[in-house]
Design a protein around this ligand. Structure first.
Ligand SMILES: Nc1ncnc2c1ncn2[C@@H]1O[C@H](COP(=O)(O)OP(=O)(O)OP(=O)(O)O)[C@@H](O)[C@H]1O
Length: 225
């Protein structure tokens, strides 16, 4: 089991009565590719932040890859994420003054797992993602949006994560780049045998996934009185 949720609730500290996330039970098996959709404000980003350990549930349990991450400190969750989870964000979140290689190296640095040939792993990925060698040493603010996105995929996958979490990663891309992105993401996720969790409001992307769910079908937002 990759994800197992029981009686998980979450409210932001400044609105403690507004349960943005309220899930009785939800599970994802290893290797599933799950597409989660819902309108703006339905809680998709919040849900993914809980799954990646960036936020902590206010109640309940959240088991990721056999570990209950609700029992961990923030530092332990950060370490767990660096080791096991690859994240791709809407805005990519690359460090603009570092180059492509350095952005990816940083992910390798934070993942304490021993890996042979780190340099080769990074170069293979950049090559597979069609990023020309002449662009590897450009600071990422000098790369096109499509190139930045491919660097973000490389960064998310370089440690061969068991779980990939992607939050609206195609929203700033045109159709052509979005199609390329989806193709690459699926082929690389398959190669590293990762479970994939992908949130978007764009239903046209849903076809490729093994499982498609509306967040509202299993998340029952509640206003506590
Ligand atoms: N840091 C925060 N503090 C307080 N409330 C927040 C915070 N971030 C999000 N929210 C609230 O939580 C709710 C869910 O937001 P979230 O960003 O998870 O939705 P979403 O489905 O990802 O939306 P979108 O598709 O527009 O990105 C919204 O009502 C939002 O206002």
């Amino acid at each position: 089991m990759t994800i197992e949720i029981n009686a998980m609730q979450f409210a932001y500290a400044d609105a403690p009565n507004d349960l943005i996330i309220n899930i009785a039970n939800w599970r994802v098996n290893k290797g599933e590719q799950v597409f989660i959709h819902g309108p703006s404000g339905s809680g998709k980003s919040t849900f993914l932040k809980l799954l990646s350990g960036m936020q902590r549930p206010t109640q309940g349990s959240l088991n990721i890859l056999g570990t209950d991450i609700t029992r961990m400190s923030q530092a332990q969750r950060d370490q767990f994420r660096a080791q096991h989870v690859g994240q791709i964000f809407q805005q990519f979140n690359l460090i603009p003054y570092l180059n492509a290689l350095e952005n990816i190296e940083l992910a390798q640095y934070f993942c304490k797992r021993k890996q042979a040939n780190k340099r080769a792993a990074m170069e293979d990925l950049l090559t597979a993602l069609n990023i020309a060698q002449s662009d590897w040493r450009k600071t990422t603010d000098k790369l096109s949006l499509g190139q930045q996105q491919r660097v973000a995929i490389a960064r998310a996958l370089v440690n061969r994560p068991q779980l990939i979490i992607a939050d609206e990663p195609t929203s700033s891309l045109d159709q052509h780049n979005a199609d390329n992105f989806m193709q690459l993401l699926f082929s690389l996720a398959k190669e590293v045998e990762a479970t994939l969790l992908f949130a978007s409001h764009d239903m046209s992307l849903a076809d490729r996934f093994s499982r498609v769910e509306a967040l509202a079908d299993f998340n029952h937002q509640t206003e506590l009185s």
